[in-house]
Design a protein around this ligand. Structure first.
Ligand SMILES: [Zn+2]
Ligand SMILES: [Zn+2]
Length: 365
């Protein structure tokens, strides 16, 4: 390996403290792709780690959402994971975790639960090939890490986030089985919620958003939600459940999607659904945050609960195709509301944490 140039990595030295480190940009090992990062987005899970809330990860490389440009292809890499030929200069989106295809979860076909999923996540940049996180000038797509060519015409900030919220929402709603004619109630109008509105809509479903923040309600409407239940107005579970019934000819919703990230939202979900309804739990991701729950009602209503974390890696390809077809229909460009130089990543994290900005994108180069 002959170092050609150096690149910068944003490294979390301890919670709340980011340092910049310089490393030689490596030549790709067999199966790897060395890229230049065009855009990297700040996501809620970075904030979780940056604040020191993550139970295990307290330091390491930051960043997982990115749009990358291929600098060099390792031996054996001729196509992306959909078989499209790739060459230097192409724009690609990486799946942000590993699917090893060798562990027991992968053997069961549950690629999203791969036991080696975070093999490179938050790894110290001291370890070659150094560029393990997307908050850096360069990023190495490791061997076995899926990546896809990005179709022309997708806004770069949006393409950078396709590997997170949208891919997971499509995977989750497909796992739950949203069909034409369903009514889908979505609890929470953040990034996951807006993507859920768009995808449920494309599936031919009617959508109801439960939210209580003006800006989020406004964006929900921009994304074409059919009905909004403002929880400042409908301020109890009973009131919201009654409103859902009124909007569905007395039946209640076919499908519920929890993307509020509040334990109580999960407990509420079963009250919003019809007997035999389906429920997708995706927003609560912190073990130990508990709530009161009525399991007897769940049984009586025979509600099917599905929960998903991450997504099967080929869903990123579907997400990119969805964006290519639908980015004119939904105002995805409105989701990114702040741009920062990589050197100002501290400001990007701080302002995102303080909710002064909704979705920040970094320009590393
Ligand atoms: Zn993310
Ligand atoms: Zn695996």
């Amino acid at each position: 390996m002959t170092p050609k140039e150096t690149g910068t990595v944003a490294y979390l030295a301890e919670p709340g403290r980011v340092e910049f480190r310089e490393y030689p940009v490596p030549d790709p090992a067999p199966g790897e792709v060395v890229t230049t990062v065009e855009r990297a987005n700040v996501c809620g899970s970075e904030l979780h780690i940056w604040r020191g809330n993550h139970p295990e990860v307290k330091e390491g490389s930051l960043g997982h959402e990115a749009l990358c440009r291929v600098d060099a292809l390792g031996e054996g890499v001729e196509t992306d994971y959909a078989g499209e030929p790739v060459e230097e200069g192409d724009l690609v989106a990486p799946v942000y975790y590993l699917t090893c295809r060798r562990c027991s979860a992968c053997q069961n076909g549950q690629f999203h639960l791969c036991e080696n999923v975070y093999e490179y996540w938050s790894r110290s940049p001291e370890e070659p090939p150094h560029f393990h996180g997307t908050f850096g000038t360069h990023y190495v797509v490791h061997r076995d890490q899926y990546f896809y060519k990005v179709p022309d015409g997708i806004d770069p900030g949006i393409a950078a986030g396709a590997n997170c919220a949208l891919s997971q929402v499509i995977f989750g709603l497909d796992s739950t089985g949203v069909e034409y004619g369903d009514t889908v109630v979505i609890q929470g109008g953040g990034g996951l919620g807006l993507n859920a509105i768009a995808y449920a809509n494309e599936c031919g479903a009617e959508t109801i958003l439960i939210e209580g923040v003006d800006g989020r309600i406004e964006r929900g409407r921009e994304f074409g939600v059919d009905h909004v239940i403002d929880f400042r107005e409908y301020d109890s579970v009973e009131a919201r459940a009654k409103r859902v019934r009124a909007l569905t000819d007395g039946v209640s919703a076919d499908v519920g999607v929890e993307v509020a990230g509040a334990p109580e939202a999960f407990a509420e979900g079963i009250h919003l659904l019809r007997d035999g309804g389906r429920y997708l739990e995706m927003g609560n991701v912190t073990p130990g945050a508990t709530t009161e729950f009525d399991p007897g009602l769940l049984t009586r209503k025979s509600i099917d609960v599905t929960s998903v974390v991450r997504y099967d890696p080929w869903y990123l390809h579907r997400a990119l195709e969805f964006l290519e077809a639908q980015s004119d229909v939904y105002p995805y460009e409105n989701l990114i509301d702040a741009e920062f130089d990589l050197r100002d990543v501290d400001d990007a994290l701080r302002q995102s944490d303080a909710r002064e900005v909704t979705r920040a994108t970094l320009f590393p180069n």
